[in-house]
Design a protein around this ligand. Structure first.
Ligand SMILES: [Fe+2]
Ligand SMILES: [Fe+2]
Length: 199
């Protein structure tokens, strides 16, 4: 699941506001991530970040894209270099002079693994969406209707079944919700509402 990054500072403050173009972000994603399932996961998290930034944070287009970009690239090095997750993507974004806020969000998406605490709302929501998004997607795959008609109570039942999507950490989900100050039910409903449109 990656390793302790051994540092707390990411990027250079003078790069504030610097982002990749959508085209460059997509080519980085496609170059680095060969696994379709992982690419879909990253696109789903990106879409949730985008929707949250617009709807709940009321950000402008530039702000929304920075949230989306953090989601889109958070696991970029996981496919080919899992032992170095997520230091390679961090170094790559530093080399490209990207906004430290985006890099910090990526660096804190697994505080227990990377040793970096989520601080900003962008950090906290990336952490919160990451695991829960995967569980909801796994649930959609076992439903003949996919996301259509999916209900909160169905997701909560799967959450209680430890054997379902067993690699998804229930502790991380609860931890992330309390850090973000978001009710678990609200977060699940948000994912149900939007995740089917992603990818
Ligand atoms: Fe990750
Ligand atoms: Fe992830």
């Amino acid at each position: 699941m990656g390793h302790n990054l051994g540092r707390q500072e990411f990027g250079d403050p003078k790069n504030k506001g610097n982002v990749l173009s959508r085209e460059d972000a997509n080519s980085l994603l496609n170059d680095w991530v060969k696994n379709d399932r992982l690419r879909l996961h990253m696109k789903q998290v990106a879409y949730l970040m985008k929707k949250w930034a617009g709807e709940k944070e009321g950000l402008d287009d530039a702000g929304i894209w920075s949230w989306e970009m953090a989601g889109l690239l958070h696991d970029a090095d996981w496919d080919q270099w899992p032992d170095q997750h997520c230091s390679l993507i961090i170094e790559e974004l530093e080399k490209r002079n990207i906004d430290p806020e985006i890099i910090h969000a990526i660096a804190s998406h697994g505080p227990d693994y990377f040793g970096v605490e989520p601080v900003t709302n962008m950090d906290k929501m990336l952490f919160a969406f990451d695991e829960l998004s995967g569980l909801v997607h796994a649930y959609s795959l076992m439903r003949p209707e996919g996301y259509a008609g999916m209900e909160l109570k169905g997701v909560k039942k799967r959450l209680k079944e430890k054997s379902f999507a067993a690699n998804v950490s229930r502790d991380d989900i609860n931890n992330a919700c309390s850090r973000a100050g978001v009710q678990l039910d609200d977060l699940i409903n948000f994912i149900i509402k939007y995740q089917g449109e992603a990818g």
